[in-house]
Design a protein around this ligand. Structure first.
Ligand SMILES: Cc1cc2nc3c(=O)[nH]c(=O)nc-3n(C[C@H](O)[C@H](O)[C@H](O)COP(=O)(O)OP(=O)(O)OC[C@H]3O[C@@H](n4cnc5c(N)ncnc54)[C@H](O)[C@@H]3O)c2cc1C
Length: 420
């Protein structure tokens, strides 16, 4: 085997600079650990990613002393309700006014801005190092088979990071998950999503930011992204080739009917292939950890964009992981203690993830059935929720904080901040 150009020692190596990896990297560095974050891409400028930070996650950032600064410096929009529009009526299905005393709204903060901001905060701690264009392709193992680091490509050829714990935060197609031998099971695949950006113009309506527009061809999600609109078209899983055969006409007509204010911006679409296709998948993993490696975020559980909570679940995983492992790594506790901490992360995080995934499977099956039948209105139960305001408030709280309350930061993370 080719010898690595460079070997680095750390207490923890985090693979993947998405929300799970970046937030965890920050928390561990803040706790005083030596942590290396490896990101395969050259930057954090992803398009079409979940960027809807829930009220409970904003409260968590507040506990870390970060929320005000993030909300004051990063351009974003705020959604106080989730609405479903049909040509005849608007249904307010979830209201977020009772979700948090300080942040009763979802903040739509583009990952392209949020992630580098968190990396900058992490880099203020001496133990933190980030490597971009660092693609992990191998797990290192000791004589007992325990994972003890990773090998990655990057500038200067192959490099190694040796660490007591490898965190796989490398997303839905996790390479580390495959290398660790974890088995995945697909729970649901009823819908696909087509995404496209449209520039915002003066005179566009002041939509809250979290909107669905029902149309017989599919449901249209409209996300307000400050300088542009992110439009998602929900279609039945596997129906994209059929849609493409029909040409751009039906898609353009659906957008024209549901979002007439987009006007000539829509006419420019010549082919449905101009949309980015996201196969909506819901996946579970048999076990989140193996000796020396722990899976978190989408690597451990692909969450559907339905409900818009993938980023929130990723951050909840990071919060729980930091709480469980930081003390053990700082104290140099034995491997058995580290393994027990990883098991505890899974024990705490799996139940809410499972509950959310089961809910998403139910919603997606229902949505796919309604798309098949060409129905534009929400399901009867949602129409009932919208008709009774307290029910919409309850539904908002359930969605926005019920399953997604990150564990409060442990003392080991909070107490160090003053020492930087
Ligand atoms: C197209 C799309 C649209 C989405 N829309 C929404 C939405 O509207 N609302 C919502 O809440 N969620 C949405 N999601 C889901 C949400 O973005 C994810 O749940 C969330 O980003 C998961 O965070 P993560 O950190 O676990 O993984 P990711 O955000 O996927 O981050 C993983 C990172 O690992 C890096 N990586 C991968 N392989 C390697 C490797 N071998 N070595 C080093 N680095 C590697 C990747 O480049 C990436 O930066 C969407 C996802 C996609 C793909």
């Amino acid at each position: 085997m080719v010898e690595p150009q460079e070997v680095t020692e750390a207490e923890c190596v985090v693979v993947g600079g998405g929300p799970a990896g970046v937030v965890l990297g920050y928390l561990l560095a803040r706790a005083g650990l030596r942590v290396v974050l490896l990101e395969a891409q050259a930057d954090f400028n992803r398009r079409f990613r979940g960027d809807t930070l829930a009220p409970s996650v904003l409260d968590y950032l507040d506990q870390l002393g970060l929320a005000d600064e993030i909300l004051n410096t990063i351009p974003h929009t705020r959604a106080r309700a989730f609405q479903w529009h049909t040509p005849k009526k608007t249904y307010t299905i979830a209201r977020y006014d009772k979700t948090s005393a300080k942040h009763p709204y979802y903040a739509l903060i583009p990952q392209a801005l949020f992630l580098p901001h968190m990396v900058k905060l992490a880099a203020a701690h001496p133990g933190f190092e980030v490597r971009m264009r660092a693609k992990v392709n191998q797990l290192l193992r000791d004589d007992t088979g325990r994972v003890c680091g990773v090998r990655h490509t990057g500038e200067g050829g192959q490099r190694e990071v040796r660490a007591r714990l490898v965190i796989a935060a490398d997303g839905r197609n996790s390479k580390v998950r495959v290398l660790a031998g974890a088995q995945t099971t697909q729970l649901g695949a009823s819908l696909d999503l087509l995404w496209r950006e449209f520039p915002r113009r003066d005179g566009d309506p002041a939509l809250s930011g979290l909107q669905l527009f029902g149309h017989p061809l599919g449901t249209i999600a409209v996300l307000n992204q400050v300088d542009h609109w992110q439009i998602g078209f929900t279609i039945e899983a596997g129906s994209f080739p059929r849609l493409r055969e029909g040409g751009a006409g039906p898609v353009v007509a659906a957008l024209r009917t549901s979002l007439p204010w987009l006007g000539d911006r829509v006419d420019a679409i010549a082919d449905p292939a101009e949309f980015t296709l996201l196969p909506v998948r819901i996946t579970k993993v048999d076990r989140w950890y193996r000796p020396g490696v722990l899976l978190i975020g989408d690597a451990a559980h692909v969450i559907s964009p339905v409900g818009g909570n993938g980023i929130n679940f990723a951050i909840c995983d990071a919060a729980e992981t930091a709480n469980r492992i930081a003390g053990v790594l700082l104290d140099g506790g034995p491997d058995a203690e580290l393994d027990a901490a990883c098991a505890e992360v899974e024990a705490r995080r799996r139940p809410p993830v499972q509950a959310e995934q089961e809910r998403q499977v139910r919603i997606e099956r229902g949505s796919a059935a309604r798309v098949r039948r060409g129905l534009a209105s929400p399901a009867p139960v949602l129409r009932l929720v919208a008709a009774v305001k307290p029910l919409a408030t309850f539904f908002g709280s359930l969605n926005a904080k019920g399953l997604m309350a990150p564990a409060a930061p442990a003392d080991v993370i909070l107490r160090r901040e003053t020492q930087v």
